[in-house]
Design a binder for this molecule. Structure first.
Ligand code: GDP
Ligand code: MG
Length: 440
Protein backbone atom coordinates (compact mmCIF):
# COMPACT_ATOMS: atom_id res chain seq x y z
CA UNK A 1 0.00 0.00 0.00
CA UNK A 2 2.62 2.49 1.07
CA UNK A 3 4.76 1.72 -1.92
CA UNK A 4 1.90 2.51 -4.29
CA UNK A 5 1.67 6.02 -2.88
CA UNK A 6 5.39 6.35 -3.33
CA UNK A 7 5.08 5.07 -6.87
CA UNK A 8 2.33 7.51 -7.68
CA UNK A 9 4.36 10.38 -6.32
CA UNK A 10 7.43 9.23 -8.17
CA UNK A 11 5.55 9.28 -11.43
CA UNK A 12 5.22 13.04 -10.95
CA UNK A 13 8.96 13.46 -10.67
CA UNK A 14 9.67 14.70 -14.15
CA UNK A 15 6.69 16.97 -14.41
CA UNK A 16 6.75 20.70 -13.86
CA UNK A 17 2.99 21.10 -14.09
CA UNK A 18 0.46 18.94 -12.43
CA UNK A 19 -2.92 18.02 -13.82
CA UNK A 20 -6.16 16.92 -12.23
CA UNK A 21 -5.56 13.29 -12.99
CA UNK A 22 -2.22 13.29 -11.17
CA UNK A 23 -3.68 14.88 -8.08
CA UNK A 24 -6.60 12.48 -8.10
CA UNK A 25 -4.24 9.53 -8.13
CA UNK A 26 -2.27 10.82 -5.15
CA UNK A 27 -5.42 11.66 -3.23
CA UNK A 28 -6.87 8.19 -3.86
CA UNK A 29 -3.82 6.52 -2.37
CA UNK A 30 -3.90 8.71 0.70
CA UNK A 31 -7.61 8.12 1.14
CA UNK A 32 -7.07 4.41 1.05
CA UNK A 33 -4.40 4.48 3.75
CA UNK A 34 -6.33 6.80 6.02
CA UNK A 35 -9.61 4.92 5.76
CA UNK A 36 -7.78 1.73 6.54
CA UNK A 37 -6.35 3.44 9.62
CA UNK A 38 -9.92 4.17 10.81
CA UNK A 39 -9.92 7.86 10.03
CA UNK A 40 -13.48 9.10 9.70
CA UNK A 41 -14.77 9.29 6.13
CA UNK A 42 -15.83 12.90 6.33
CA UNK A 43 -12.42 13.92 7.69
CA UNK A 44 -10.76 12.07 4.85
CA UNK A 45 -13.00 13.78 2.34
CA UNK A 46 -12.29 17.20 3.78
CA UNK A 47 -8.58 16.52 3.57
CA UNK A 48 -8.87 15.24 0.01
CA UNK A 49 -10.74 18.33 -1.09
CA UNK A 50 -8.14 20.65 0.41
CA UNK A 51 -5.29 18.75 -1.18
CA UNK A 52 -6.96 18.76 -4.58
CA UNK A 53 -7.90 22.38 -4.40
CA UNK A 54 -4.55 23.62 -3.21
CA UNK A 55 -2.51 21.43 -5.56
CA UNK A 56 -4.32 22.76 -8.57
CA UNK A 57 -4.78 26.35 -7.49
CA UNK A 58 -1.57 27.24 -5.73
CA UNK A 59 1.32 28.23 -7.87
CA UNK A 60 4.36 26.04 -7.12
CA UNK A 61 7.30 28.16 -5.95
CA UNK A 62 9.90 28.73 -8.64
CA UNK A 63 12.16 25.75 -9.14
CA UNK A 64 9.80 23.33 -7.39
CA UNK A 65 8.71 20.27 -9.30
CA UNK A 66 5.09 19.23 -9.46
CA UNK A 67 5.90 16.33 -7.16
CA UNK A 68 7.47 18.46 -4.45
CA UNK A 69 4.64 20.90 -4.69
CA UNK A 70 2.05 18.18 -4.07
CA UNK A 71 4.15 16.53 -1.38
CA UNK A 72 4.39 19.72 0.54
CA UNK A 73 0.67 20.33 0.40
CA UNK A 74 -0.10 16.74 1.35
CA UNK A 75 2.17 16.97 4.35
CA UNK A 76 0.80 20.32 5.50
CA UNK A 77 -2.76 19.07 5.22
CA UNK A 78 -1.94 15.90 7.14
CA UNK A 79 -0.34 17.90 9.92
CA UNK A 80 -3.46 20.01 9.91
CA UNK A 81 -5.59 16.89 10.21
CA UNK A 82 -3.79 15.34 13.17
CA UNK A 83 -3.07 18.65 14.86
CA UNK A 84 -0.28 19.78 17.12
CA UNK A 85 0.54 18.14 20.41
CA UNK A 86 -1.57 19.21 23.42
CA UNK A 87 0.23 21.92 25.31
CA UNK A 88 1.55 20.56 28.56
CA UNK A 89 3.63 23.00 30.57
CA UNK A 90 6.07 21.42 32.99
CA UNK A 91 4.58 23.04 36.06
CA UNK A 92 2.26 22.34 38.97
CA UNK A 93 -1.03 21.03 37.75
CA UNK A 94 -3.84 18.59 38.23
CA UNK A 95 -4.83 16.35 35.36
CA UNK A 96 -7.95 14.21 35.28
CA UNK A 97 -8.33 11.16 33.06
CA UNK A 98 -11.66 10.18 31.58
CA UNK A 99 -12.73 7.32 29.36
CA UNK A 100 -14.55 4.02 29.16
CA UNK A 101 -13.51 0.94 31.09
CA UNK A 102 -10.56 -0.81 29.52
CA UNK A 103 -9.49 2.16 27.46
CA UNK A 104 -6.25 2.33 29.43
CA UNK A 105 -6.80 5.11 31.97
CA UNK A 106 -5.10 3.49 34.95
CA UNK A 107 -2.15 2.38 32.87
CA UNK A 108 -1.93 5.86 31.35
CA UNK A 109 -2.07 7.51 34.78
CA UNK A 110 1.01 5.58 35.91
CA UNK A 111 2.75 6.11 32.56
CA UNK A 112 2.14 9.84 32.65
CA UNK A 113 3.38 10.01 36.22
CA UNK A 114 6.51 8.20 35.13
CA UNK A 115 6.89 10.63 32.21
CA UNK A 116 6.56 13.68 34.47
CA UNK A 117 9.03 12.22 36.96
CA UNK A 118 11.56 11.86 34.14
CA UNK A 119 11.03 15.55 33.43
CA UNK A 120 12.11 16.31 36.96
CA UNK A 121 8.69 16.96 38.44
CA UNK A 122 7.13 15.14 41.36
CA UNK A 123 3.95 13.43 40.25
CA UNK A 124 1.29 11.57 42.21
CA UNK A 125 -1.55 9.38 41.06
CA UNK A 126 -4.91 9.51 42.81
CA UNK A 127 -7.05 6.46 42.15
CA UNK A 128 -10.77 7.17 42.50
CA UNK A 129 -12.09 4.04 40.82
CA UNK A 130 -14.29 2.24 43.35
CA UNK A 131 -16.25 0.46 40.66
CA UNK A 132 -13.78 -2.00 39.28
CA UNK A 133 -12.60 -4.67 41.67
CA UNK A 134 -8.83 -4.63 41.85
CA UNK A 135 -8.52 -1.08 40.51
CA UNK A 136 -6.78 0.04 43.70
CA UNK A 137 -4.21 -2.76 43.61
CA UNK A 138 -3.57 -2.31 39.89
CA UNK A 139 -2.91 1.41 40.20
CA UNK A 140 -0.80 0.96 43.32
CA UNK A 141 1.39 -1.64 41.69
CA UNK A 142 1.91 0.33 38.54
CA UNK A 143 2.84 3.40 40.55
CA UNK A 144 5.33 1.36 42.50
CA UNK A 145 6.87 0.27 39.24
CA UNK A 146 6.94 3.86 38.05
CA UNK A 147 8.38 4.90 41.42
CA UNK A 148 5.82 7.65 41.88
CA UNK A 149 3.54 8.68 44.73
CA UNK A 150 0.15 7.05 44.92
CA UNK A 151 -3.05 7.67 46.82
CA UNK A 152 -6.07 5.40 46.99
CA UNK A 153 -8.38 3.99 49.62
CA UNK A 154 -9.61 0.42 49.15
CA UNK A 155 -12.04 0.73 52.07
CA UNK A 156 -13.80 3.86 50.85
CA UNK A 157 -16.56 3.56 48.27
CA UNK A 158 -17.22 7.22 47.61
CA UNK A 159 -14.98 8.30 44.73
CA UNK A 160 -15.57 11.98 45.43
CA UNK A 161 -14.34 11.58 48.99
CA UNK A 162 -11.27 9.69 47.75
CA UNK A 163 -10.59 12.51 45.32
CA UNK A 164 -10.88 15.11 48.07
CA UNK A 165 -8.70 13.15 50.49
CA UNK A 166 -6.29 12.39 47.71
CA UNK A 167 -5.70 16.03 46.92
CA UNK A 168 -4.86 16.65 50.57
CA UNK A 169 -2.63 13.61 50.85
CA UNK A 170 -0.63 14.54 47.76
CA UNK A 171 -0.04 18.17 48.60
CA UNK A 172 3.69 17.78 48.12
CA UNK A 173 3.34 16.63 44.55
CA UNK A 174 3.76 18.93 41.55
CA UNK A 175 1.55 17.05 39.17
CA UNK A 176 -1.55 15.27 40.43
CA UNK A 177 -3.04 12.76 38.05
CA UNK A 178 -6.58 11.75 38.93
CA UNK A 179 -7.63 8.37 37.61
CA UNK A 180 -11.35 7.78 37.36
CA UNK A 181 -13.67 4.82 36.95
CA UNK A 182 -15.01 3.75 33.60
CA UNK A 183 -17.99 1.69 32.49
CA UNK A 184 -18.55 -0.55 29.57
CA UNK A 185 -20.74 2.07 27.99
CA UNK A 186 -21.61 5.64 28.73
CA UNK A 187 -24.18 5.48 31.48
CA UNK A 188 -25.74 8.29 33.43
CA UNK A 189 -24.18 7.26 36.72
CA UNK A 190 -20.73 7.32 35.21
CA UNK A 191 -21.30 10.79 33.85
CA UNK A 192 -22.70 11.98 37.21
CA UNK A 193 -19.72 10.54 39.04
CA UNK A 194 -17.08 12.05 36.82
CA UNK A 195 -18.84 15.41 36.90
CA UNK A 196 -18.75 15.36 40.69
CA UNK A 197 -15.10 14.39 40.74
CA UNK A 198 -14.36 17.12 38.26
CA UNK A 199 -16.14 19.69 40.41
CA UNK A 200 -14.15 18.57 43.45
CA UNK A 201 -10.76 18.24 41.82
CA UNK A 202 -11.07 21.21 39.45
CA UNK A 203 -8.40 19.85 37.17
CA UNK A 204 -6.26 22.14 35.05
CA UNK A 205 -6.85 19.76 32.20
CA UNK A 206 -8.94 16.70 31.48
CA UNK A 207 -7.69 14.11 29.05
CA UNK A 208 -9.85 11.58 27.26
CA UNK A 209 -8.21 8.16 27.05
CA UNK A 210 -9.07 6.19 23.92
CA UNK A 211 -8.10 2.75 22.72
CA UNK A 212 -6.39 2.93 19.31
CA UNK A 213 -8.90 0.38 18.07
CA UNK A 214 -11.79 2.74 18.63
CA UNK A 215 -13.53 3.36 15.37
CA UNK A 216 -16.44 5.68 14.93
CA UNK A 217 -17.59 5.09 18.51
CA UNK A 218 -15.13 7.84 19.32
CA UNK A 219 -17.70 10.40 18.32
CA UNK A 220 -20.32 9.64 21.00
CA UNK A 221 -17.74 9.28 23.74
CA UNK A 222 -16.02 12.47 22.81
CA UNK A 223 -19.18 14.56 22.73
CA UNK A 224 -20.47 13.09 26.01
CA UNK A 225 -17.26 13.66 27.93
CA UNK A 226 -16.82 17.04 26.31
CA UNK A 227 -20.23 18.24 27.49
CA UNK A 228 -19.87 16.75 30.98
CA UNK A 229 -16.30 17.64 31.96
CA UNK A 230 -14.69 19.29 28.95
CA UNK A 231 -11.86 17.57 27.10
CA UNK A 232 -8.54 19.36 26.67
CA UNK A 233 -6.62 16.56 25.09
CA UNK A 234 -6.69 12.94 24.00
CA UNK A 235 -4.47 10.00 24.87
CA UNK A 236 -4.40 7.13 22.39
CA UNK A 237 -3.45 3.79 23.94
CA UNK A 238 -2.53 0.35 22.60
CA UNK A 239 -0.75 1.61 19.51
CA UNK A 240 1.50 -1.41 19.85
CA UNK A 241 -1.38 -3.44 18.44
CA UNK A 242 -2.53 -3.47 14.85
CA UNK A 243 -4.83 -0.47 15.17
CA UNK A 244 -3.44 2.84 13.99
CA UNK A 245 -5.63 5.14 16.04
CA UNK A 246 -7.24 7.05 13.21
CA UNK A 247 -10.60 6.87 14.99
CA UNK A 248 -9.25 9.03 17.78
CA UNK A 249 -8.97 11.89 15.31
CA UNK A 250 -12.74 12.03 15.36
CA UNK A 251 -12.61 12.70 19.09
CA UNK A 252 -10.02 15.37 18.55
CA UNK A 253 -12.19 16.94 15.93
CA UNK A 254 -15.40 16.71 17.98
CA UNK A 255 -13.86 18.26 21.07
CA UNK A 256 -11.71 20.81 19.31
CA UNK A 257 -8.80 19.39 21.27
CA UNK A 258 -5.46 17.84 20.39
CA UNK A 259 -3.56 14.66 21.16
CA UNK A 260 -1.34 14.70 24.23
CA UNK A 261 0.20 11.25 24.59
CA UNK A 262 0.48 7.93 22.82
CA UNK A 263 0.63 4.65 24.68
CA UNK A 264 2.33 1.67 23.11
CA UNK A 265 2.66 -1.10 25.64
CA UNK A 266 1.78 -2.36 29.07
CA UNK A 267 4.76 -1.11 31.03
CA UNK A 268 5.06 2.32 32.56
CA UNK A 269 7.74 3.43 30.11
CA UNK A 270 5.61 2.74 27.06
CA UNK A 271 4.47 6.31 26.62
CA UNK A 272 5.49 9.10 24.34
CA UNK A 273 4.37 12.62 23.72
CA UNK A 274 2.29 12.95 20.61
CA UNK A 275 4.21 14.36 17.70
CA UNK A 276 2.50 15.00 14.34
CA UNK A 277 5.01 13.57 11.89
CA UNK A 278 5.50 10.31 13.77
CA UNK A 279 1.78 9.81 14.02
CA UNK A 280 1.22 10.59 10.37
CA UNK A 281 3.82 8.03 9.46
CA UNK A 282 1.89 5.50 11.50
CA UNK A 283 -1.31 6.39 9.71
CA UNK A 284 0.18 6.19 6.25
CA UNK A 285 2.90 3.62 6.68
CA UNK A 286 6.44 4.74 7.41
CA UNK A 287 8.08 4.81 4.04
CA UNK A 288 5.81 7.44 2.70
CA UNK A 289 6.29 9.92 5.44
CA UNK A 290 10.02 9.59 5.22
CA UNK A 291 9.78 10.63 1.65
CA UNK A 292 7.27 13.33 2.42
CA UNK A 293 9.13 14.99 5.23
CA UNK A 294 12.50 14.68 3.60
CA UNK A 295 11.27 16.31 0.45
CA UNK A 296 9.29 18.95 2.22
CA UNK A 297 12.05 19.77 4.63
CA UNK A 298 14.60 20.01 1.91
CA UNK A 299 12.40 22.39 0.00
CA UNK A 300 11.74 24.48 3.07
CA UNK A 301 15.18 24.52 4.56
CA UNK A 302 17.12 25.11 1.41
CA UNK A 303 17.83 28.66 2.41
CA UNK A 304 18.68 27.79 6.00
CA UNK A 305 22.33 26.89 6.11
CA UNK A 306 22.21 23.85 8.34
CA UNK A 307 25.15 23.62 10.69
CA UNK A 308 24.29 20.12 11.75
CA UNK A 309 25.42 17.53 9.32
CA UNK A 310 22.53 16.00 7.51
CA UNK A 311 21.93 12.44 8.56
CA UNK A 312 20.12 9.99 6.41
CA UNK A 313 19.38 6.52 7.75
CA UNK A 314 20.45 5.23 4.40
CA UNK A 315 24.01 6.29 5.21
CA UNK A 316 24.15 3.60 7.82
CA UNK A 317 24.08 1.12 5.03
CA UNK A 318 27.18 2.57 3.47
CA UNK A 319 30.58 2.81 5.02
CA UNK A 320 31.45 2.36 8.66
CA UNK A 321 28.84 2.22 11.38
CA UNK A 322 30.29 4.29 14.20
CA UNK A 323 29.12 4.96 17.73
CA UNK A 324 28.04 8.34 16.46
CA UNK A 325 25.71 6.62 14.04
CA UNK A 326 24.42 4.56 16.91
CA UNK A 327 23.81 7.67 18.98
CA UNK A 328 21.97 9.33 16.13
CA UNK A 329 19.95 6.20 15.76
CA UNK A 330 19.01 6.38 19.41
CA UNK A 331 18.01 10.02 19.05
CA UNK A 332 16.02 9.08 15.99
CA UNK A 333 14.36 6.32 17.96
CA UNK A 334 13.38 8.79 20.63
CA UNK A 335 11.83 10.99 18.03
CA UNK A 336 10.38 8.49 15.66
CA UNK A 337 9.69 5.33 17.54
CA UNK A 338 11.38 1.98 17.62
CA UNK A 339 14.26 1.24 15.33
CA UNK A 340 12.40 -1.34 13.33
CA UNK A 341 9.98 1.38 12.38
CA UNK A 342 12.82 3.72 11.57
CA UNK A 343 14.24 1.01 9.37
CA UNK A 344 10.89 0.75 7.65
CA UNK A 345 11.43 4.26 6.37
CA UNK A 346 14.41 3.27 4.35
CA UNK A 347 13.24 2.37 0.89
CA UNK A 348 13.51 -1.36 0.51
CA UNK A 349 13.92 -2.00 4.22
CA UNK A 350 10.25 -2.44 5.00
CA UNK A 351 8.18 -5.41 4.10
CA UNK A 352 9.12 -7.74 6.89
CA UNK A 353 12.85 -7.59 6.37
CA UNK A 354 13.27 -6.66 10.00
CA UNK A 355 11.41 -9.78 11.02
CA UNK A 356 14.29 -11.81 9.75
CA UNK A 357 16.76 -10.31 12.18
CA UNK A 358 17.45 -11.86 15.54
CA UNK A 359 15.06 -10.30 18.05
CA UNK A 360 17.71 -8.69 20.19
CA UNK A 361 19.77 -7.23 17.37
CA UNK A 362 17.85 -3.99 17.56
CA UNK A 363 16.62 -4.20 21.09
CA UNK A 364 17.83 -1.31 23.14
CA UNK A 365 15.37 -0.60 25.90
CA UNK A 366 14.82 2.96 26.96
CA UNK A 367 16.60 2.53 30.27
CA UNK A 368 19.65 1.05 28.63
CA UNK A 369 19.52 3.74 25.99
CA UNK A 370 19.68 6.44 28.61
CA UNK A 371 22.67 4.79 30.27
CA UNK A 372 24.35 4.40 26.91
CA UNK A 373 23.84 8.06 26.14
CA UNK A 374 25.46 9.05 29.41
CA UNK A 375 28.38 6.75 28.63
CA UNK A 376 28.78 8.20 25.15
CA UNK A 377 28.86 11.70 26.56
CA UNK A 378 32.04 10.70 28.38
CA UNK A 379 33.77 9.53 25.23
CA UNK A 380 36.07 11.52 23.03
CA UNK A 381 35.32 12.25 19.38
CA UNK A 382 37.94 9.76 18.42
CA UNK A 383 36.44 7.03 20.55
CA UNK A 384 33.02 7.69 19.09
CA UNK A 385 34.39 7.43 15.58
CA UNK A 386 36.59 4.43 16.29
CA UNK A 387 34.95 2.34 19.01
CA UNK A 388 37.18 -0.57 18.10
CA UNK A 389 40.17 1.33 19.43
CA UNK A 390 38.74 1.49 22.94
CA UNK A 391 40.85 -0.59 25.30
CA UNK A 392 40.54 -1.63 28.93
CA UNK A 393 42.05 1.55 30.39
CA UNK A 394 39.71 3.70 28.31
CA UNK A 395 36.76 1.63 29.44
CA UNK A 396 37.79 2.39 33.03
CA UNK A 397 38.12 6.10 32.34
CA UNK A 398 34.80 6.31 30.51
CA UNK A 399 33.03 4.39 33.27
CA UNK A 400 34.43 6.72 35.88
CA UNK A 401 33.62 9.84 33.89
CA UNK A 402 30.07 8.79 33.23
CA UNK A 403 29.37 7.42 36.68
CA UNK A 404 28.33 4.15 35.08
CA UNK A 405 29.73 0.72 35.71
CA UNK A 406 32.42 -0.67 33.43
CA UNK A 407 29.97 -3.37 32.43
CA UNK A 408 27.64 -0.73 30.99
CA UNK A 409 30.47 0.61 28.85
CA UNK A 410 31.27 -2.90 27.69
CA UNK A 411 27.59 -3.61 27.05
CA UNK A 412 27.42 -0.51 24.89
CA UNK A 413 30.42 -1.64 22.88
CA UNK A 414 28.83 -5.09 22.51
CA UNK A 415 25.56 -3.57 21.36
CA UNK A 416 27.42 -1.45 18.87
CA UNK A 417 29.21 -4.48 17.53
CA UNK A 418 25.96 -6.33 17.14
CA UNK A 419 24.27 -3.46 15.35
CA UNK A 420 27.31 -2.96 13.21
CA UNK A 421 27.15 -6.60 12.15
CA UNK A 422 23.48 -6.19 11.32
CA UNK A 423 24.28 -3.20 9.14
CA UNK A 424 26.94 -5.23 7.39
CA UNK A 425 24.31 -7.82 6.60
CA UNK A 426 22.28 -5.18 4.85
CA UNK A 427 25.33 -3.92 3.01
CA UNK A 428 26.06 -7.43 1.89
CA UNK A 429 22.78 -7.63 0.14
CA UNK A 430 22.97 -6.69 -3.49
CA UNK A 431 20.53 -4.33 -5.14
CA UNK A 432 18.83 -7.29 -6.69
CA UNK A 433 18.00 -8.70 -3.27
CA UNK A 434 16.62 -5.36 -2.20
CA UNK A 435 14.42 -5.19 -5.25
CA UNK A 436 13.05 -8.64 -4.58
CA UNK A 437 12.29 -7.75 -0.97
CA UNK A 438 10.47 -4.63 -2.03
CA UNK A 439 8.27 -6.53 -4.39
CA UNK A 440 7.12 -8.87 -1.63
P1 GDP B 1 -8.88 1.45 32.40
O1 GDP B 1 -10.02 0.51 32.66
O2 GDP B 1 -9.29 2.54 31.48
O3 GDP B 1 -8.23 1.94 33.65
O4 GDP B 1 -7.81 0.60 31.58
P2 GDP B 1 -6.49 -0.11 32.13
O5 GDP B 1 -5.42 0.88 32.35
O6 GDP B 1 -6.83 -1.01 33.27
O7 GDP B 1 -6.10 -0.97 30.85
C1 GDP B 1 -6.91 -2.01 30.35
C2 GDP B 1 -6.01 -3.08 29.74
O8 GDP B 1 -5.32 -2.56 28.63
C3 GDP B 1 -4.95 -3.56 30.70
O9 GDP B 1 -4.79 -4.95 30.53
C4 GDP B 1 -3.69 -2.83 30.27
O10 GDP B 1 -2.52 -3.57 30.54
C5 GDP B 1 -3.92 -2.72 28.78
N1 GDP B 1 -3.24 -1.55 28.21
C6 GDP B 1 -3.34 -0.25 28.55
N2 GDP B 1 -2.58 0.53 27.75
C7 GDP B 1 -1.99 -0.31 26.88
C8 GDP B 1 -1.08 -0.12 25.78
O11 GDP B 1 -0.66 0.98 25.41
N3 GDP B 1 -0.69 -1.25 25.10
C9 GDP B 1 -1.15 -2.49 25.45
N4 GDP B 1 -0.72 -3.52 24.74
N5 GDP B 1 -1.99 -2.69 26.47
C10 GDP B 1 -2.41 -1.62 27.17
MG1 MG C 1 -8.81 1.83 35.60
Amino acid sequence: LGSSLRGTLDSLRGKSRIDEEDVEKVVKEIQRSLLQADVDVSLVMELSDSIEERSLEEEPPAGTTARDHVLRIVYEELVDLVGESTELPLEEQTIMLAGLQGSGKTTTAAKMAWWFSKKGLRPAVIQTDTFRPGAYEQAKQMCERAEVDFYGDPDEDDPVKIARDGLEATEDADVRIVDTAGRHALEDDLIDEIEEIEATVQPDRSLLVLDAAIGQGAKDQATQFETSVGIDGVVITKLDGTAKGGGALTAVNETGSTIAFLGSGETVQDIERFEPSGFISRLLGMGDLKQLTERVERAMEETQAEEEEDWDPEDMLKGEFTLKDMKRQMDAMNKMGPLDQVMDMIPGMGGGLMDQLPDDAMDVTQDRMRNFEVVMDSMTEDELENPRSIGASQVRRIAKGSGQGEETVRELLEQHKMMSRTMKQFQGMGDGDMQRMMKK
